[in-house]
Design a protein. Structure first.
Length: 396
């Protein structure tokens, strides 16, 4: 193809590439959990029998070895163990994974290494072992501090275990995130604020507050519980944001709040349209090259992933992102940040000139969904509340 980025020959899908490689993160997926929650649509599977821990670690290492040529020479700035429930794996398994990661790819000196854990699957020895292996940030899936709501959500822990696990995590790790949900079945505004207050009282560096949604192909979608109405949910969101702000938590992303300087670097790299290599069952990647941006996905079912990774083909699909798709893909991430992004970042990450979306930006500003200046492009408060409507403009 000839011409500048974004230009195409007749009938040819436009392509583009960033002007320089963006920061690179590594995502590692652990697909097992003790019990699948009725609201969860993640690629997770109940561990009804013994988890093939050693075999899965072998597969992850093989997957990474197969992927190294596509990220050769690039430094990894953050690592995230997600799931499923990564804390079902032993500290020895996490240590073996990280040892091989260090041997295969260069890590930044201050690499952020996060591991997700559930209160019902951890103890002090596990936390110490993860810390010794190199994990320096823990993300704990609390969801609620009220046993009644935890039971409705199908969680395996109660409020006593939630508080104990949070306190133990805060004693062990320098940086801790607590995941909490609101708009739960039968939940009142008072109860939602009580959860938020207890989270603030514990004082973690980072808090994530998620609105419960009924995702397709989940038990909650097939048999919906009685949830708070839209007005009550909106009131919960506003009240929680206000409470967290008064406790020193900056609202920097749609569902994320952090103390000063404690934003999640791994997730910020996603929102700023950085690159990430995903290994493990069903993991996804976004990688930039000098002439293209590609996406990848691994075999989804753990059994198939184990088979294919061992045969040298852990990746199931790979495709190129066209120039037509890039504006939406970029905005789908960057507009989750409440402070938005510097305009120059759009061309830096996509290779497309900002002028190529000038008309759409103007539409969004006229609708009151976006603020756009030479210094920053960011969603308005209305745009944050109606993010899907804002993003639809870039999809059209």
């Amino acid at each position: 193809m000839n011409g500048a980025p974004g230009q195409t020959e007749p009938g040819e899908a436009p392509t583009s590439a960033p002007t320089q490689p963006p920061p690179l993160s590594l995502y590692i997926h652990i697909p097992w959990c003790v019990r699948k929650c009725p609201y969860c649509d993640f690629n997770s599977h109940e561990s009804r029998s013994e988890i093939p821990e050693a075999a899965y670690v072998d597969a992850l290492i093989a997957d990474l070895e197969q992927s190294v040529p596509r990220v050769w020479g690039r430094r990894v700035h953050s690592i995230f163990f997600g799931g499923g429930t990564p804390s079902l794996f032993s500290p020895e398994a996490i240590d073996r994974i990280l040892s091989n990661v260090r041997a295969l790819v260069p890590l930044s000196v201050d690499c952020e290494i996060t591991l997700e854990a559930n209160p019902g699957t951890v103890d002090a020895a596990h936390f110490r072992g993860y810390r010794a292996a190199g994990v320096n940030r823990l993300s704990l899936g609390i969801q609620s501090f009220d046993s009644a709501y935890l039971q409705k959500l199908g969680r395996i822990h109660d409020e006593t275990q939630a508080v104990a696990a949070a306190e133990l995590a805060l004693q062990t790790f320098d940086s801790v995130n607590l995941d909490v949900m609101y708009a739960l079945p039968g939940q009142s505004l008072e109860h939602a604020l009580a959860d938020a207050q207890r989270a603030c009282d514990l004082g973690p560096a980072h808090l994530s507050f998620y609105h419960l949604t009924l995702e397709p192909n989940t038990p909650f979608h097939r048999t919906p519980p009685a949830l708070p109405d839209d007005d009550t949910s909106a009131a919960m969101q506003e009240a929680i944001e206000d409470l967290l702000g008064r406790h020193g938590y900056g609202h920097y992303e749609t569902s994320a709040f952090a103390q000063h300087g404690k934003q999640c670097r791994h997730n910020r790299n996603y929102w700023l349209f950085g690159d990430y290599l995903g290994i493990g069952a069903g993991a996804h990647s976004k990688l930039s090259f000098h002439d293209r941006i590609t996406r990848e996905s691994r075999h989804k079912h753990p059994k198939r992933y184990l088979e294919h990774a061992g045969q040298g083909n852990a990746m199931e699909q790979q495709w190129q992102v066209s120039g037509n798709e890039l504006p939406f893909e970029f905005m789908m991430n960057a507009l989750r940040l409440t402070n938005g992004f510097e305009p120059a970042l759009f061309e830096l990450r996509t290779g497309l000139p900002l002028e190529s979306i000038a008309h759409t930006l103007q539409q969004a500003v006229q609708k009151g969904l976006l603020d756009a200046s030479p210094e920053r492009i960011a969603p308005t408060l209305l745009g944050q509340r109606f993010l899907n409507e804002l993003l639809q403009l870039f999809l059209d």
